[in-house]
Unconditional design. Structure first.
Length: 270
């Protein structure tokens, strides 16, 4: 007769010896969830950190002129937005760049999508897309592949700026700049400049008649003496020359030149 205890022992699974150096924690990879990577930061600490970034950003932007002034407002260019990303350990990652086609199937531009990724956690923190047309300024003056390459590059750069603006525009505002990237401020979106009406030019003095004589030294017509010259006793016709003034009666007369300097003689039309 078979004992019930013996049957249980026969069907029981044999024990497997565990290696002496086995470490269950080391054998199971621990992958933290995104929620466990998010840390809380007090509002005052957030503002203090952003204010410090704003101060440093202002110094860089002003020294390198990384902004565009439109109607007295300053808009950051792409390099300034990339500086803000560097402050926050965030890197742009190209998601895709695709051709944008019209109803006729022809490509008229390129659309780029860029994600911002936290360098410490690998978590995506923002994403944006931008289109650069073949008629936008980066492609102007280019043809063929060169025009398409310029549009693709511009779309990617603009997408980075837009994604940075979505996440960190408040840092730009704290630094005193507008939250909109400079490339989005087109001529159409910028306020029309106020142009003052043209003013009429002052009337010119009537041209004085020459004496009809030509200077044999300079080949220039002689003019009658001005009122100041006549009051000073100089009645000889004269003309302006590279050396000063040349009179008909005394060519190169130093005393005549000294008395009739530019600040003493009436304006003449020669």
């Amino acid at each position: 007769m078979v004992d019930e205890k013996d049957v249980i022992e026969l069907v029981a699974e044999p024990e497997v010896a565990e290696p002496a150096d086995a470490n269950p924690a080391a054998l199971i990879p621990l992958v933290p969830s995104p929620a466990s990577l998010v840390t809380y930061e007090a509002p005052a600490d957030v503002v203090a950190r952003a204010s410090e970034q704003a101060d440093v950003l202002m110094g860089i932007v002003e020294s390198k002129h990384l902004y565009v002034d439109i109607q007295g407002k300053r808009y950051l260019v792409a390099e300034a937005w990339e500086t803000i990303l560097a402050f926050n350990n965030v890197s742009p990652l190209e998601v895709e760049t695709v051709a944008v086609k019209g109803p006729d199937g022809q490509t008229f531009g390129w659309k780029a999508t860029v994600a911002l990724v936290d360098e410490k956690t690998g978590i995506e923190v923002a994403r944006a897309s931008m289109i650069a047309g073949l008629d936008d300024f980066p492609s102007q003056g280019r043809v063929g592949t060169s025009a398409h390459r310029a549009a693709m590059s511009a779309a990617q750069t603009w997408a980075v700026s837009k994604a940075a603006r979505i996440k960190f525009s408040w840092v730009a505002v704290l630094a005193g700049y507008e939250p909109t990237p400079a490339n989005e401020m087109t001529v159409e979106s910028a306020p029309a400049p106020i142009v003052a009406p043209p003013t009429a030019a002052p009337p010119r003095a009537p041209r004085r008649e020459t004496t009809g004589d030509i200077c044999p030294v300079h080949g220039t017509p002689f003019y009658p003496p001005s009122a100041k010259q006549m009051a000073a006793g100089f009645t000889s016709p004269s003309h302006k020359s590279p050396e000063g003034f040349c009179s008909k009666d005394s060519l190169g007369d130093a005393s005549f030149e000294e008395l009739n300097g530019d600040d003493e003689v009436e304006e003449r039309p020669w």
